[in-house]
Design a protein around this ligand. Structure first.
Ligand code: ADP
Length: 170
């Protein structure tokens, strides 16, 4: 059985992530999408909320599971007996960081962990969680970037923080 982990912040999950998840789920028998609990970043959504969003968005893909982890990916992967990480590449700017990450994980795992890169579908090449948040916090239209139920949750967050005006009107 070919199993892989797709680790990331997913704060929040976008159509770009979902596209990688769908395509990876066709390559692997089981794909575990795992949310990194990174206390060095201040997220918009808690890990629990991000997991819930991913579960809802992937509920029609039977071989996808959603989980979370803290600390090193290689420790988590060793515990779960996972040897392949999936990552997405949007542009050359992702490449340098992703290459370094993949090589670090390979070193840390004693050569047991490899990274498989899927290149973004062109329609999502511009898309990142941070740009979605930036558009949403100024009340812009994010309907092309995330599923509707995710957009509602993002706007709700900014509304409750008092930072949203003219929601979805651009
Ligand atoms: P991280 O903080 O680990 O980079 P992200 O949630 O930002 O977490 O991204 C997780 C992975 O998904 C990364 O490999 C990133 O390059 C990839 N990714 C993010 N957005 C897209 C997109 N629009 N198309 C393809 N891959 C993407």
């Amino acid at each position: 059985m070919k199993r892989a982990v797709y680790p990331g912040s997913f704060d929040p999950m976008t159509y770009g992530h979902l596209d990688i998840i769908r395509r990876a789920s066709e390559i692997f028998d089981l794909l575990i999408v795992s949310v990194l609990n990174n206390n060095q970043k201040t997220p918009l959504f808690s890990v629990e909320e991000r997991v819930k969003i991913l579960k809802e968005a992937t509920k029609d893909i039977p071989n996808v599971q959603v989980d979370s982890f803290s600390g090193l990916l290689t420790n988590y992967a060793a515990e779960k007996d996972l040897h392949v990480a999936v990552r997405g590449l949007r542009a050359i700017t992702d490449f340098e960081y992703e290459l370094q990450l993949a090589q670090t994980n390979r070193m840390l795992s004693g050569g047991r962990m490899d990274t498989v890169f899927l290149t973004t579908s062109l329609e999502y090449a511009y898309l990142s969680s941070s740009s979605v948040k930036e558009i949403a916090c100024f009340g812009g239209d994010i309907s092309k970037t995330v599923p509707e139920f995710v957009a509602e949750q993002i706007y709700r967050k900014y509304r409750s923080a008092g930072g949203l005006s003219g929601e979805g009107n651009q």
